[in-house]
Design a protein around this ligand. Structure first.
Ligand code: GLU
Length: 282
């Protein structure tokens, strides 16, 4: 990351559905923090999940964000394009980082299927959190790969077992996640040639010189994993600010499939967007 005191923030939606009030509130906070520091805000479209992402949602999210009152200084449709701001156009950046991690043995190829992992763990896994990888393919020592990287396999990050990753979150306060307990060796590169979220987001936030990442609190555990990737790459991690999740009347977090809270539906119902914005004194 460039050693530049200027604040650079980003908003990074995935076009898997219409944005809802939770996304909008987080992006509003990102914008407010950026404006208060006279910074630049980058819009990045995170569309690596080819099955779930649709171009119509990428168009819709830009329209809906503008209606809500969000603006950005750099992104797919403004700022002259220093680089592609759409993740599916950034493969060359990710490949470079994948090679860099492989060359130091920070990651290793893994041939296990989901079923293999479930079988090795001996129990079906319930809940949202992905089961920790049991280490079947993990070499005892880091193995550097330089010339030929196996491409028909997943690649996992070799986490430092039992080490606590601690960081201060600007909104949520002190955080602590233990590698090998709170998360296991996680996938950074998929056998279909697509980087996993953790690798793509670190590559992009570093390349784009992001100084503070503002996003939803559901990504706090991911931040610990991303800090390990920054460290393995020798990059300085940005500051983090994870916003509390917006809940519906029944106390459930909003989902893209629960249409009533979508910006699109509210806009079509003639709601004034000013009434939807969170109060923020950031
Ligand atoms: N694209 C992710 C999402 O929409 C957000 C990733 C991030 O902010 O790091 O959930």
């Amino acid at each position: 990351m460039p050693d530049n005191p200027t604040y650079r923030g980003r908003i990074a939606p995935s076009p898997t559905g219409y944005l809802h009030l939770g996304h909008a509130a987080t992006f509003w906070t990102a914008q407010a923090r950026c404006q208060a520091r006279d910074g630049s805000l980058v819009l990045r479209i995170e569309d690596l999940d080819r099955e779930r992402c649709k171009p119509k949602y990428a168009d819709a999210l830009r329209e809906d964000m503008r209606w809500y009152g969000l603006t950005w200084n750099e992104g797919p449709d403004v700022g002259g394009g220093l680089w592609p701001y759409v993740q599916s156009e950034r493969t060359a950046f990710y490949e470079k980082v994948w090679r860099q991690l492989a060359a130091t043995g920070a990651i290793y190829p893994c041939r296990c299927t989901r079923r293999d992992v479930a079988r090795a763990l001996g129990a079906p896994h319930a809940g949202e959190h992905e089961a920790n990888y049991p280490g079947t393919c993990r070499p005892d020592q880091p193995v550097p790969f330089v010339e030929s990287l196996p491409t028909d396999v997943n690649w996992r990050f070799r986490t430092p077992t039992d080490e606590a990753v601690v960081f201060h979150d600007g909104a949520a306060g002190p955080q602590r996640f233990v590698a090998g307990m709170d998360f296991g060796d996680f996938i950074v590169w998929r056998k279909d040639g697509v980087p996993a979220y953790q690798l793509a987001v670190v590559t992009d936030d570093a390349a784009m010189g992001i100084t503070e990442v503002v996003r939803g609190a559901d990504l706090l555990p991911s931040t610990a994993q991303q800090i390990l990737i920054y460290r393995a790459l020798g990059f300085r991690a940005p500051a983090f600010f994870h916003c509390p999740l917006v809940l519906d009347a029944a106390g459930q977090r909003l989902a893209k499939r629960s249409g009533a809270h979508s910006l699109r539906a509210l806009r079509e119902a003639g709601v004034d967007p000013a009434t939807l914005r969170p109060a923020t004194d950031r």
